[in-house]
Design a protein around this ligand. Structure first.
Ligand SMILES: [Zn+2]
Length: 276
């Protein structure tokens, strides 16, 4: 499968020359399962706007496009009203919450509220596409792919979920928006990521920043991401959810430090594509 990053920024979008290379859009990842030629989307941060335009321009003909959500903070849903395929009456769109079966959120409410008339000129029911709102359990086969999820600690939000996709003999794990309480790595996350080909992991802060300023903010450090990658024996590590105060130069520096301890690692950039 192929993974392409359309948004790698955490918390809120940023712009400016100092953010040009890594990009300023918030979280959105496209997964292409090549053998069945199907795409799925993880999170709908502002990066989904460009992805939606590409889907239209490339004439992608996929009757059902699933968008899977790690959680519903602004930086993961904000791009949704600008996702062009959602305005196509012939398009079905699955809005998927995974790992929440039995504690179903009001999924429709989450999205229609952010588009109510005080906030946005077009309401969700007038977008045009046909929406399916679905809550799945911890282990599911979705469109032929084996999908697992795990609850993560993400304070002040009711939690977030990590995802694992095993498909076509490859495994991808995405764990973003999670905090390790008191700096102690959650052994369940290590087990979840075990032997993955690619681990995409939150690394919003440095250890120094975390200890001095950001305890309780719900995010991991890049050093913790490396620790998880090492203990879980993953082949490749991608750090994402970059802090809006971290410019290109700063991220280059962190990436170099990261590669010294885990050589097969990269800091995610907008437009970056990874073969899993
Ligand atoms: Zn986030």
């Amino acid at each position: 499968m192929k993974v392409k990053f359309y948004g790698v920024r955490g918390s809120l979008p940023v712009c400016g020359r100092e953010f040009e290379r890594y990009g300023g859009n918030t979280t959105c990842i496209k997964i292409l399962r090549e053998k069945v030629n199907r795409i799925a989307i993880l999170d709908a941060g502002t990066g989904i706007r460009k992805l939606g335009k590409e889907i239209i321009e490339e004439g992608v003909n996929q009757p059902l496009i699933n968008i899977v959500f790690s959680h519903f903070h602004w930086d993961h849903i904000q791009g949704f009203p600008f996702f062009l395929p959602a305005y196509n009456p012939n398009q079905k769109i699955g809005i998927l919450a995974i790992g929440r079966k039995g504690e179903a959120h009001d999924l429709k409410g989450i999205f229609s509220q952010q588009m109510q008339e005080e906030y946005f000129p077009i309401q969700m029911e007038r977008m045009g596409a046909q929406f399916d709102f679905l809550s799945y359990g911890d282990e599911e086969v979705i469109q032929g792919a084996f999908v697992k999820s795990i609850p993560q600690f993400h304070k002040r939000s009711g939690g977030s979920y990590g995802f694992r996709l095993d498909d076509e003999g490859a495994s991808l794990v995405v764990c973003t928006d999670l905090e390790y309480v008191d700096g102690i790595i959650d052994p369940a996350i290590i087990a979840f990521a075990k032997d993955a080909d690619v681990l995409v992991h939150d690394g919003q802060f440095t250890t120094e920043e975390y200890q001095n300023k950001f305890k309780g903010w719900g995010h991991a450090t890049w050093e913790q991401a490396v620790e998880v990658a090492l203990q879980a024996n993953v082949k490749k590590l991608i750090i994402t959810h970059h802090d809006p105060d971290h410019d290109d130069e700063f991220l280059d520096d962190l990436e170099k430090k990261c590669q010294k301890v885990f050589p097969n690692s990269l800091f995610a950039k907008e437009g970056m594509e990874i073969l899993v």
